[in-house]
Design a protein around this ligand. Sequence first.
Ligand SMILES: [Zn+2]
Length: 94
Amino acid sequence: MQTFVWKLQAGDAVTFPTPWGPTVFIRSRAQWDSDEAFRKHEATHIRQIKRWGAAKYLWLHLWTRLRHFDMFLYNHPIEREAYDAERLPWPDDV
Ligand SMILES: [Zn+2]
């Protein structure tokens, strides 16, 4: 996974499509390296970008957050998939 350390103001990571491919912007390299569930969660968002394409991914994430006035949508299908993945083995396509 392509990562970039960026001092995020909110949250531990954000995964965005970029011209260089899907990229996980992380607050802390040490946290990223030590937390496998965290890496599985963001890997799910990378698979969502590959599955849907950049525009649909961004639209679904932004729209669902605006619609619910909530940045941490544990029960929305987009985030539910990522939180579920934290407890599962690594998929073959990562
Ligand atoms: Zn997430």
